[in-house]
Write a protein that binds this ligand. Structure first.
Ligand SMILES: NC(=O)c1ccc[n+]([C@@H]2O[C@H](COP(=O)([O-])OP(=O)(O)OC[C@H]3O[C@@H](n4cnc5c(N)ncnc54)[C@H](OP(=O)(O)O)[C@@H]3O)[C@@H](O)[C@H]2O)c1
Length: 255
């Protein structure tokens, strides 16, 4: 069950946090991995780790907001592994600010990374998938894409809502081409993206307990919680699942 033997997965943001956990779990399931991110040192370190796990991996230094970078990364993946079966759009940034405290440049940075980046990667990977009449695209959105939350992450919330909608549009358009497109919406998973919310509190342990108390399962998520959901959605066992939005959030959205 849930094997990806011989498949090639291109994972943006695969060098840290949730993306890295997806890379490791996909690698253990038999996939060959192409990591795309900007920081070369993180890429090299993650490639070493995936090779230790017995897998094949490649890192391409690229910025997903730049179309020429994305084209180069996709071409490098195809030159190295000859195919791309799975695209995970994991690269993302966040911003904690309501509308009145968000600059135009901050808005553009969040939308360009979280929405345009996913669009550009899909645009350049889809032709290779269509040629083989198969493929899987997973977009990492967030519970913030489904609700307003505390109202203090305007651009981030808008970007993740857009990603949920983009996924559905692609699922409908490319379903007849044998391509599935799904979204995962995680709750709070402490990573480099957001762990300052806990670490910078006067009493970090107390702050963590406050966050945990808001979750019906009374704990925050781990990168592996999300990666296992990604593995299911990427696998053959999910072959009739497309256009879906899978919430992985310890019960938060049920409240
Ligand atoms: N952690 C959470 O609580 C949570 C919850 C819901 C959804 N998510 C979503 O899950 C995804 C992963 O989050 P995370 O917590 O794992 O974040 P993270 O630990 O900060 O990792 C982000 C990754 O994205 C890459 N990245 C950022 N901007 C990029 C760009 N312009 N081009 C290429 N790569 C870029 C980073 O590498 P470089 O900086 O080296 O480029 C890094 O590998 C994000 O889309 C996030 O919004 C996270």
């Amino acid at each position: 069950m849930f094997r990806l033997d011989g498949q090639v997965a291109l994972i943006t943001g695969g060098t840290r946090g949730i993306g890295r956990a997806i890379a490791e779990i996909f690698c253990e399931a038999g996939a060959k991995i192409v990591l795309v991110s900007r920081t070369m040192a993180d890429g090299e370190e993650t490639v070493r780790r995936l090779r230790q796990l017995g897998g094949e991996a490649l890192h391409v230094g690229a910025d997903v907001t730049q179309e020429t970078d994305v084209e180069r990364a996709v071409q490098a993946a195809l030159n190295h592994f000859y195919q791309i079966d799975i695209l995970v759009n994991g690269a993302g940034i966040t911003l904690r600010a309501p509308v009145t405290e968000t600059s135009e440049a901050e808005w553009d940075a969040v939308m360009n990374t979280n929405v345009k980046g996913a669009f550009l990667c899909a645009k350049h990977v889809l032709p290779a998938m269509m040629e083989h009449y198969s493929g899987v695209i997973l977009n990492l959105a967030a519970v913030h894409g489904l609700k307003g939350g505390a109202g203090v992450t305007a651009a981030y919330t808008a970007s993740k809502g857009a990603l949920v909608s983009l996924s559905k549009s692609m699922a409908v358009r490319y379903g007849p081409n044998g391509i599935r497109v799904n979204t995962i919406c995680p709750g709070f998973v402490p990573t480099d993206l957001n762990k300052h919310l806990i670490d910078d509190a006067p009493d970090p342990l107390e702050r963590r307990r406050e966050y945990e108390a808001g979750y019906p399962l009374r704990r925050l998520g781990t990168p592996q919680d999300v990666a296992h959901a990604a593995l299911y959605l990427a696998s053959r066992e999910a072959s009739w699942v497309t256009g879906a939005t899978l919430v992985v959030d310890g019960g938060l959205m049920a409240k």
